[in-house]
Design a protein around this ligand. Sequence first.
Ligand SMILES: Cc1ncc(COP(=O)(O)O)c(C=O)c1O
Length: 373
Amino acid sequence: MELPVYLDHNATTPLAPGVLDTMVAYLGTQFGNPSSSHQYGQAPRQAVATARTQLAHLLGARPQEIVFTGCGSEANTLAINGTTAGRTGHVITQATEHPAVLETCRALTRHDLRLTVLPVDEYGLVRAADLAAALTPDTILVTVMHANNETGTIQPIAELAALTHRAGALLHTDAAQSVGKIPFVVDELGADLLTVAGHKFGGPKGVGALYIRDGLTVQPLIRGGGQEHGLRSGTENVAGIAGLGAAAQQATTTGGHTHVTELRDQLHRLLMTALGDRVALNGHLEQRLPNTLNISIEGTVGAQLLAQVPQLAASTGSACHDGSISSPVLAAMGLDVQRAAGAIRLSLGASTTETDIRHVADLLTDAAGGGRR
Ligand SMILES: Cc1ncc(COP(=O)(O)O)c(C=O)c1O
């Protein structure tokens, strides 16, 4: 049986070519503990060091600024808890963050910290003026994601970072969805801390990283053996880290995939040609990840539409039950309940082909009842 067309790369990606081969050695013959001083520790230790350099290179950072973690969520937690631990003051985030950021920030309010959650505009963008108004002399941290997982909307991080720094605070950005998809360097972005998730750009699941600008003091998340500059103790997931490094190296070489943008826009055009103004784009048309198309088709419910089309693997990008509960991301953008319930997220990847796109456009058009209302 033919497998469904996979347009859910924002949920997770397949391993990039060669990544599995890089990893396998550290699950087999090179099984040693990187902290061991005998010969078995050497190759794993070298693998972790190589991966640190590969990821640093992709981000325009220095290897010592990279801390490997167990996942993107953990990197977010290290950034937020590690910069605020034991302090009183104020933290700012925004409404369309991943729960790994939002929930971690909300939990801070139990520890003498105030939280401001900034609103977003209809495209999911934070307004610089809102951040400027929210910053106070005791603001410690501003955490705003780079690109949104549901809509792909890319926040103006450099502008927000400049405002944040002027107020004497730190800027963290969750770049789980943008690393490897769009080229950037941390200095231009102005981020002090930046989250990476391996499985969103051709690396394995269960490994992430946090970039921490040199000289910043961050409290440890896990104490123990002192691995990862003492910030994240625990024997390293060598295979996972090596895989993340290999994926980072490939992303550095390819610099993203321009054909993905063309295919994404072709899919959008095909659907608009077939369904006309029933198709509404959710998110920003231009300031958006090159692989992400989040649309609502009038007269449909996203979850039902996808259930009708098992030949397509995609997601609603929202917890949508009977069309009554829609995504907090789309709700924060002010979308009405019907449009939010109609949302489907189509996220392409390096292996997506034009044949896939044409097939998916036909399937969705048929399932949505063609041009009929
Ligand atoms: C924006 C964003 N941040 C964080 C995460 C969490 O990453 P991980 O699954 O590695 O914990 C995800 C994954 O869904 C994400 O999309």
